[in-house]
Ligand binder design. Structure first.
Ligand code: C5P
Length: 225
């Protein structure tokens, strides 16, 4: 049988994009496939963790042995995350929309001949990673974020780790030519409070497996984390 170093630990993973409605038929979205988050949820479950996967809209089959909570919007994603607490480990891989439409229409916005196109007023969405990272009795023991960057990847991600208050951040270079966003492979830099390490390009499953090994080692060597 496979070793289960995370047995007895509860994990929360967010994955996928969010869809922010404009009206009942239209929405704002992004190119996240959810693959890295689903791979991480799968690897955590195989390592024995009790996993809740909070997923935005994706076409991926759910990993075996996890609790899947499907959501559409960032506001719904935050509520589903809060409902999954307490947990020991939280990993935010979701590409949450930064903004939502201030007043989504309850009816389809009509195209009126001769009238100017509508303008969309946006308001900021909650930052789920920052929210989960806040100190307090429900803060997970280990909070991990992702940083999709196109420039100055390590420096931006290091600043983001501090700004968000998470423990680790995983930076990836999402310039279009890398093919990482929506692809099967990833190339990451893992940033902790004490340093950073670059991992060579590998499959998203291999990134997930490596991350789970690091998490297990951390809980084994720092039991009071
Ligand atoms: O700020 P930025 O979106 O670049 O940060 C990325 C990290 O923050 C990811 O881990 C992402 O899942 C998380 N995030 C979040 N809620 C948001 C925005 C980002 O959880 N509203």
């Amino acid at each position: 049988p496979a070793p289960q170093p995370l047995r007895g630990l509860r994990a929360l993973v967010t994955a996928g994009p969010t869809h922010e409605p404009i009206d009942p038929v239209r929405y704002i979205a992004n190119r996240s496939s959810g693959r890295q988050g689903y791979a991480i949820a799968d690897a955590l479950a195989r390592a024995g963790a009790e996993v809740t996967l909070v997923s935005g809209p994706t076409t991926l089959p759910p990993p075996a042995g996890i609790a899947l909570r499907r959501v559409e919007t960032a506001v719904q994603m935050l509520a589903a995350c809060e409902a999954a607490l307490p947990c020991d480990i939280a990993i935010c891989t979701a590409a949450v929309a930064d903004w939502r439409v201030a007043q989504a229409g309850t009816r389809k916005i009509k195209k009126t001949p001769g009238a100017p196109p509508p303008t969309l007023a946006l308001v900021p969405n909650p930052d789920i990673l920052a929210h989960l990272s806040r100190p307090g009795p429900l803060r997970p023991r280990l909070v991990i974020g992702f940083a999709a960057e196109t420039d100055d990847v390590r420096d931006n991600a290091t600043a983001k780790r501090q700004r968000k208050g998470c423990d680790w951040i995983i930076a990836n270079d999402v310039r279009a030519e890398t093919g990482i966003m929506g692809g099967d492979e990833n190339e990451i830099t893992l940033i902790t409070a004490t340093g950073s390490e670059h991992w060579p390009r590998m499959s998203k499953d291999a990134v997930a497996a490596g991350l789970v090994r690091r998490i297990a080692a951390t809980f084994a060597t720092t039991p009071d984390i």
